[in-house]
Structure formats: C-alpha cells, structure tokens
Ligand binder design. Structure first.
Ligand SMILES: Nc1ncnc2c1ncn2[C@@H]1O[C@H](COP(=O)(O)OP(=O)(O)OP(=O)(O)O)[C@@H](O)[C@H]1O
Length: 287
C-alpha cells in the first residue's frame, strides 16, 4: 500500500447498498485521513447511518471498495474491532447495571482499555456512577454510550448523532471531550443534524443526499461561503437599514465616514453553514 493510502483511516469507493427497491447508498466515495474529524450531514433517509454501519462492519455493502484502518470491515478481526470505537444511535441494553458497572465491564473486553473511572469523569457522569443505567436521563444515557465508545482507546471513533437529547451545556462539554480526543490523534467520523456541531468540531463536512456525496469541504468553505454575498446592517435614523454587497469593507468604510466614527448597530454577516446547507439540500431534493 502506498504512503497516501496508509495515511487514510477510511477509504471508500463506489459504495452501494439497497434495501429491496430502496437505494440507500448510491455510489458513495469518501476518504478520511488519520487524525481528521469528519462530519457527515444530510437529511433524514439520506444514507448516513447505512454508510456508517457498513464502515463499522454491521452491514454488508452490495458493492464498493471499503478500507477502514486498512482493513475491509467484512473481514474484520477482533484486533481490528479493538481499534475502532462505536457509538450507535441508541443502546440501552444494560438497564439493570450501574454506570460504573457497565463501564468497568466493557473495559475488560479490551487489552489496552482506559481507566474506567477516568472515562466516567471525562463524559461527566461521576455524579451518576452508582445510578442504574435505566434511571439516567436521555442525555446522560448518551454520555454513557460515548463512554463505552471510547473505553478501548480507539484509533477511529464513529459517533452517530452523538448529542441528540443533550442540553446546551452538555453539548458544549461533549464538544470539549471530542476536541480532546481529536487533539490526542483519534480520527472521528460523526453524523449530526446540528450544523453548529459540525461547524464547531469538523475539519471537513460531507453532505449526503439520496445516497450520494453532493458536497465536501471545510465548514467555512462549504457552498463558497467565504465569498458569498455579505449583508451589512446598521441603525439608521428610521430604523434598521441593510445592504447586500460583495465589498462589505467598502460599505463599512463609507458608513463610518457618514456617521463620523462608530456605526450604530453595525453587523456584517455571510450565509451560515445552515443557510448554505439548506440551499444545497433544497436543490438536490428538487433535482
Ligand atoms: N433496515 C432497513 N430496511 C429497509 N430500508 C432501510 C433500512 N435501513 C434504512 N433503510 C432505508 O434506507 C434509506 C437510508 O436510511 P439511513 O438510515 O441510512 O438514512 P440516514 O441518513 O441515517 O437518516 P436519519 O438522518 O433519519 O438517521 C432510507 O430510505 C431508509 O428508509
């Protein structure tokens, strides 16, 4: 294998999967370098979970070349599994056990497992370590799922909609956790419906629509955001005024001159990730 390929944690070419007459994944290509945080975006039913489950070895593709940490997940060994961490959309099989019992139990599956108590702390469940899993709130259950995904110190972590049900503070804490894992070199593939989450965490985002990758870029570059028309707004004598422009600096300079200094209520905005994403998805769905 050449050096470039060895540098890829995930490499997929021509991935295809149909359920009966429903084509869930339709010729998808994807390359994720080691150490990257990659977010898969796309509307409900776009094929994200199917793709991720194929990469995890839980589903069989109909066609395509797939390499995950250099191995075809169809031929996965226990050694390969121990290098991959998985957080599914929902678990909840260990209702009777306490948080500490579940995490300690999972740690025994891995030769090089992390310290269970440290992991419980990192996901913010120390206060709940003796609570039974069934008594946890939705967001706390997700944190437990994340703990089980990272207990084996994976090289590659799959997170399927990891913060669904989290309150805003828990999401911020979770983002810090993910940033810490990424800084330590873990490759992360996550799916999310939260555009701010993709923007906060991902080096690159891929947008899937109807089983195909329709856009791939750094969050700041998606849909040419950097060069998109800007809107300059300010408070005029009769209320809010605004101007759409490709040269916002010139508009702001002219305003500063007109107001003789500070421009009241000045904002300069470009389309958000959500704006460009929704426009992109709208076009794909109309096609
Ligand atoms: N087990 C299954 N049997 C039949 N059809 C399925 C199955 N799993 C998924 N599908 C179909 O495949 C398509 C892709 O589904 P998938 O769950 O991969 O989408 P998704 O992008 O993850 O959606 P969401 O954002 O809602 O989680 C959908 O049309 C779905 O109905």
């Amino acid at each position: 294998m050449d050096a470039v390929k060895e540098n890829l944690a995930i490499e997929v070419r021509g991935l295809r999967k149909a359920y009966g007459s429903t084509v869930a994944v339709d010729g998808l290509d994807l390359a994720v370098p080691r150490g990257e945080v990659f977010a898969l975006l796309g509307p409900n039913g776009a094929g994200k979970t199917t793709t991720v489950e194929i990469l995890e070895g839980f589903r069989r593709a109909d066609a395509g070349e797939i390499r995950v940490l250099g191995t075809d997940p169809r031929a996965a060994t226990a050694e390969w599994r121990s290098r991959v961490g998985i957080v599914l959309q929902s678990t909840g099989e260990f209702e009777e056990l306490t948080v500490a019992e579940v995490v300690h139990h999972f740690a025994r599956y891995y030769g090089g497992a992390d310290d269970p108590d440290k992991v419980i702390d990192r996901v913010g469940l120390t206060g709940k370590r003796d609570a039974r899993a069934e008594k946890l709130s939705g967001g706390q259950k997700r944190r437990l799922d994340v703990a089980l995904g990272i207990i084996g110190r994976p090289e590659l972590l799959f997170l399927d909609e990891p913060t669904t049900g989290f309150d805003p503070e828990a999401r911020r804490e979770f983002w810090e956790l993910i940033r810490g894992l990424a800084a330590a070199g873990t490759t992360i593939l996550l799916t999310t419906h939260y555009l701010d989450e993709a923007e906060a965490l991902a080096d690159r985002v891929g947008v899937i629509a109807k089983g195909r990758m329709v856009a791939l870029a750094a969050p700041a570059d998606l849909g040419d955001r950097r060069t998109a028309t800007a809107t300059v707004s300010w408070q005029g004598p009769n209320g809010t005024e605004s101007e759409r422009t490709h040269t916002p600096t010139a508009v702001v300079n002219a305003l500063a001159e007109r107001f003789g200094g500070e421009v009241p209520g000045l904002t300069v905005s470009r389309p958000t990730l959500e704006d460009v994403y929704l426009a992109m998805i709208g076009k794909e769905e109309a096609a």
